[in-house]
Write a protein that binds this ligand. Structure first.
Ligand SMILES: NC(=O)C1=CN([C@@H]2O[C@H](COP(=O)(O)OP(=O)(O)OC[C@H]3O[C@@H](n4cnc5c(N)ncnc54)[C@H](OP(=O)(O)O)[C@@H]3O)[C@@H](O)[C@H]2O)C=CC1
Ligand SMILES: CC(=O)[C@@H](O)[C@H](O)COP(=O)(O)O
Ligand SMILES: [Mn+2]
Length: 388
């Protein structure tokens, strides 16, 4: 039996992962499940999968978790340290599906104990790509991309020489507002932004899809994962979300990865790697689909894409600053403290401040330095957003 843990088990990726695990219960021993605040879901799944340990991020919810698990023999714990301890429990395969920079340290711990890390948490690569990959290499572990575009690129590269790759094209749905007139975007609400045209995902990534911050993070994630130059990475709007990414080779060939917009494709690929196994996903009927459409991804309409290029040019800890500023701006948008378009303005101002802060971006990519850059960015974003 393979020992598996799911970090962020109560979320969209976590639940899809458990759905696949539930279909082959004889194949897996569930070690640890973690959640942020949804104690009811966490306890239910911990009992259903007979987990060894359940951890909730919010310490105030530990008594509730303990009550729900009473008599089950499942250990309960809470807080940031307990999340890292959960990730350190020996497991063969660990799903990293906590949302945000909070997922970085537990993912690193999973790699430190030699696990294969199935990485949905794109923020880990944006904030600390070299550290994530070096940690895997140092402990004989492996990082498998779960973000659909990166899983697509990974699959298109199997058996290929990375030196023959000319370019990678990431597709973007365009999010909730892809057909809105630009002048309406200033008045977009969090509820409107949190409605994705194709994918069922958590609230935060869905809003990031609408602002293209999701794609901006993914461009940086691509550079880090596959060690490409920024000019080798393009984005194209593809409203159907059926092609997830394309790899262009030096002979002009373009290898596209297609599939229904269902994350069990990418999760299942990482779960079954290096093999493949049947997955409960829709099979595409190409004749019925009839056509696939593409549009340019305009960096004026979606300034997040331009900012991603600036972050890659700056290098170092710029990714950690970018991500943290975006997280705070997103918090503020969800809380209706700033408008939809202001998110990118705040992030740009934080990046400017960070660039002017001696040594901040150039410090080595260690967990401590990432945390320092992250704190700087959050504090700066809060100052910028505080009305004077
Ligand atoms: N959803 C998708 O299809 C895709 C997601 N991703 C990436 O995967 C990750 C997860 O996304 P998604 O599943 O949509 O997100 P969700 O919001 O649905 O789930 C997030 C998970 O993280 C937990 N969590 C939230 N905050 C914290 C915290 N501070 N500490 C510990 N745990 C926390 C949540 O707990 P709780 O709910 O209990 O509060 C939940 O288990 C993100 O990085 C996202 O960008 C990438 C590609 C596709
Ligand atoms: C499923 C997945 O990987 C998401 O990151 C997806 O890419 C979001 O869609 P868009 O950002 O293209 O709208
Ligand atoms: Mn994606």
């Amino acid at each position: 039996m393979r020992r598996v843990s799911v970090l962020g088990a109560t979320g969209s990726i976590g639940q899809n992962t458990l759905d696949l695990i539930a279909r082959a219960p004889e194949a897996y021993q569930v070690v640890a499940l973690t959640g942020g605040r949804n104690v009811a879901q966490l306890a239910e799944d911990a009992m259903k999968f007979r987990a060894e340990l359940a951890v909730v991020a919010d310490p105030a919810l530990l008594p509730d978790l303990r009550d729900r698990l009473a008599g089950s023999g499942i250990a309960a714990a809470a807080g940031a340290e307990a999340l890292e301890e959960a990730a350190l429990r020996p497991a063969d395969w660990v799903m990293s599906a906590i949302v945000g920079a909070a997922g970085l340290a537990p993912g690193l711990r999973a790699l430190e104990q030699g696990a294969t890390l199935a990485l949905a948490n794109k923020e880990s690569m944006v904030c600390a790509g070299p550290l994530v990959l070096a940690t895997a290499a140092a402990h004989g572990g492996r990082v498998l991309p779960v973000d659909s575009e990166h899983s697509a690129v990974f699959q298109a590269l199997i058996g290929e020489d990375i030196a023959c790759v000319e370019r990678v094209i990431l597709t973007a749905s365009g999010g909730a507002f892809r057909d809105w007139p630009a002048e309406d975007l200033a008045h977009a609400t969090p509820e409107q932004a949190a409605t994705h045209p194709n994918w069922a995902m958590g609230q935060r990534i869905t809003i990031d899809s609408a602002s293209m911050f999701n794609k901006a993070l993914e461009v940086i994630e691509t550079k880090e994962f596959f060690d490409l130059r920024p000019d080798q990475i393009d984005v194209v709007v593809h409203p159907e979300s059926l092609i997830h990414a394309l790899v262009g080779f030096c002979d002009g060939a373009l290898m596209a990865h297609m599939g229904a917009p269902d994350m069990r494709h990418a999760i299942g690929f990482a779960l079954n790697h290096p093999g493949r196994a049947p997955l409960p996903v829709e099979r595409l009927d190409l004749a019925k689909l009839a056509q696939l459409t593409f549009r340019p991804a305009c960096e004026t309409r979606w300034p997040a894409l331009r900012l991603a290029r600036e972050v890659m040019a700056a290098g170092g800890l710029a990714g950690a600053v970018f991500n943290a500023a975006k997280e705070r701006a997103l918090d503020a948008f969800i809380a209706r403290q700033i408008g939809f378009l202001q998110m990118a303005e705040v992030v740009e101002q934080v990046l400017d401040r960070a660039t002017g802060e001696p040594g901040l971006l150039q410090a080595g990519i260690t967990l401590d330095n990432v945390r320092q850059a992250d704190h700087f960015a959050r504090r700066s974003a809060d100052e910028i957003m505080t009305p004077t």
